[in-house]
Design a binder for this molecule. Sequence first.
Ligand code: C2E
Ligand code: CA
Ligand code: CA
Ligand code: CA
Length: 277
Amino acid sequence: AKGAGRNQSCFYLPKMQQRILERVEMDSDLRRAMMNHEFLLHFQPQWNAERKMVGVEALVRWLHPVKGMIPPGQFIPFAEESRLILPLGDWVLMAACQTKARWLKEGYLDDVVMAVNVSAMQFAQEDFIDKVGKALAHTLVPPHLIQLELTESMLVHDQEDVIQKMRSLKELGVLISLDDFGTGYSSLSYLQQLPIDQLKIDKSFVARVMDSKRGASIAASIIGLGHNLGMEVIAEGVEEDAQFQWLKQQGCDLFQGYGLSRPLEEKILIGSFVKQV
Ligand code: C2E
Ligand code: CA
Ligand code: CA
Ligand code: CA
């Protein structure tokens, strides 16, 4: 047994060391990236049933000097582990508000809502509400044009604290969307107490609407639930026209996905969707 144990550690230790090394490297790389302003936002349009663009979701990217464009799935988890998600999240919030303010100043996409992702750790900060207030005050963006995307998983902790914070956000006047809806475990009685403006059907459900009766009924139920609670419902991950048509028929309010538009650089977004005069 002893021998087996030794063999095991010989096998696992290098792997673990490698993982630790990777984390340390990523950590210093991320810190450097923050200092060097290597992050940027792309914007994915959100459409209503008449195919009018009514929102954009700001999605962070890392333009690494050697590795090129890195998607958030490859660095957000590390940023969360090292708490660098806090300064990164501050930057995203401010940059999204500044971008929206600039568009307003230049007369672009006036009624288009800017949706901003918020991580659990960011939301849990005691001064999160202050930070949102400061971003609004600093940029002078009308609060109803900013929508914060929270996820179900961040709502499970201290329910009283969550309710208080969400109420404070509503007092500031921003919109609240519940992202990845259906993948978490929030109870309906709890949901009912939260001042949520929008439910976002997770793309894993959208992907299944045309596959089976069950897949379809899950999405239809979320739409019904959201509407019964007085919320707007948006579907993410809409890739096919058949999905768009079906969701639209079910009364889904808004749509986002590669089938309608990919996340775009600001220049391309403005170039494609602002009529030049
Ligand atoms: P999310 O908030 O669920 O964002 C939607 C993701 O789905 C985006 O990936 C988007 O590009 C992708 N997507 C859009 N349409 C389609 C589609 O039709 N099919 C499929 N398969 N995917 C689609 P992205 O930009 O790689 O972001 C991944 C995740 O990283 C986001 O998921 C979000 O959780 C996180 N993230 C992105 N930006 C930020 C940010 O600024 N702050 C925080 N905290 N998290 C962010
Ligand atoms: Ca999101
Ligand atoms: Ca989502
Ligand atoms: Ca998702």
